[in-house]
Design a protein around this ligand. Structure first.
Ligand code: ZN
Length: 449
């Protein structure tokens, strides 16, 4: 049994002093508060629950920084998507494993301990299913095993190019399935899971799925997470209204039985009636502020949504930059820029923005990935310690600790990360970062050659 001792640990969304966590078989077996440090304890200063990353496309890490030049006067999400399609055209399952492992190692280094992989790159470069239809899901499971990060696999159903069952484009050929093919893929994907990995289902978006197909997917996957991209783009909202008379989130709330199983990724463009309705549904909004900024998506109405009791998790989505604290920082800063005010996402119970955002992202993220939240007996031992010698923490107290991490620290604030009780990150670096990084560099150099 491993024994970890922390000067302070975040338990039940508050600080407790002198905490010992006993770990057995990857889970927390015992929590002791007010415990004196003892021989055999692995001593650390700050213990936090790891965050769940609710939305990742691992392979996109390999094209980070390659889409930042102006290629036409109206560069936007849709022109970025063309670049992304050209990049993924070349990737083999081994490439996906190598690139995704790098993304996952970076996630662990910043305090994410589980990832929801929104996995849509299913087929070979010609668009044909591999002999094993879950070959690519296997590459993702391989990356999870190589890095130790917890995996919630979200196989994506993608059948159409736009609302009303429009024909898909050639660039989408590696994503496509009909319902029968997808049922086979889902079954084969399940066999790739190990340890405490779990699986949900991900209708890609209302652009890519008909109402009939959405119903079939929910029948096929009657429990576990349901993730869907929704209302990321203004054009998508307009197209949805033209197709159905309703906005994407409105349509889902009216027709899809959205509840606590669901995670609506982005939900950027909500009108005044959608905000309280989405909050009341019990679903999680999957916010990806760094990617949403990078792609020029828009600004999520976080102030009203949180005031209505809405739940959220954060995701790294395109993996243009992987950093848990920076996602939370970008979320708050987007609101400050839009409203020309400060400390906007503080909570009713706590005036400290960082603590409020962290606590809510822990709870919402775990819900979205179908796992229990926080450090408690029986939960996976997914634990993050911060380096209190980092300059950002000089003279820190409990109240401002999260604010210092989220708003004031560059890289290096995360010290050690345990995933299912195993030490994956030490001194801020993944324990296998050299090998993972070397394989990643070789892979991307080959793909871009
Ligand atoms: Zn996405």
């Amino acid at each position: 049994m491993t024994s970890l001792w922390f000067e302070r640990a975040w338990l039940g969304n508050e600080w407790k002093k002198d905490v010992r966590l006993r770990i057995a078989d990857g889970r927390i077996a015992k929590v002791e508060v007010g415990a004196e440090v003892a021989e055999g304890d692995d001593r650390h200063r700050v213990g936090l629950p790891g965050l769940c990353n609710v939305h990742s496309h691992g392979f996109q890490r390999g094209m980070a920084g390659l889409s930042e030049r102006r290629s036409r006067p109206d560069d936007n999400f849709w022109s970025w998507r063309e670049i992304m399609y050209r990049f993924l055209d070349r990737l083999t399952p081994d490439d996906v494993a190598a690139i995704t492992a790098q993304a996952y190692a970076e996630m662990l280094e910043t305090g994410f301990t589980r990832v929801g992989e929104f996995h849509y790159l299913h087929h070979d470069p010609a668009g044909a299913a591999y002999a094993d239809p879950a070959e690519m899901a296997g590459a993702i499971a391989e990356a999870s095993a190589a890095t130790g990060i917890g995996l919630t696999l979200l196989p994506v159903f993608y059948a159409h190019g736009n609302f009303g069952a429009a024909a898909p484009s050639p660039g989408q050929r590696r994503f496509l399935n009909d319902i029968d093919g997808f049922a086979k893929l889902l079954g084969a994907s399940r066999s790739k899971l190990s340890g405490d990995a779990n699986m949900g289902v991900a209708p890609h978006s209302l652009r890519a799925v008909t109402p009939e197909e959405l119903t079939a997917l929910l029948v096929m996957s009657p429990a576990g997470p349901v993730h869907i991209h929704a209302a990321e783009q203004v054009k998508e909202v307009a197209d949805c209204v033209a197709w159905s008379g309703a906005r994407p989130v409105e349509w889902l709330l009216d027709n899809a039985g959205v509840d606590a199983r669901w995670c609506l990724i982005h939900s950027t463009h909500l009108d005044e009636s959608e905000v309280p309705r989405l909050a009341a549904s019990g679903a999680v909004a999957g916010l990806c502020p760094i990617t949403e900024g990078n792609l020029g998506d828009g600004i999520f109405p976080a102030i009203d949504y949180l005031a209505a009791g809405g739940r959220f998790g954060v995701g790294t989505d395109s993996n243009i930059l992987v950093d848990a604290a920076q996602e939370l920082r970008a979320l708050e800063y987007s609101q400050r820029l839009a409203h020309r005010a400060r400390a906007l996402l503080a909570g009713e119970a706590s005036p400290f923005v960082g603590a409020n955002l962290f606590a809510r992202a822990v709870d919402g993220g775990a819900q979205a990935l179908g796992v229990p939240a926080g450090l408690a007996v029986g939960h996976a031992a997914d634990i993050v310690s911060l380096d209190l010698d980092h300059p950002a923490f000089a003279g820190t107290d409990d109240a401002t600790l999260f604010d210092r991490w989220i708003f004031a620290a560059r890289a290096g604030a995360v010290d050690t990360v345990w995933r299912a009780g195993a030490k994956c990150v030490e001194n801020g670096r993944h324990v296998d970062s050299e090998a993972i990084g070397a394989a990643y560099r070789a892979c991307v150099a080959r793909v871009l050659a």
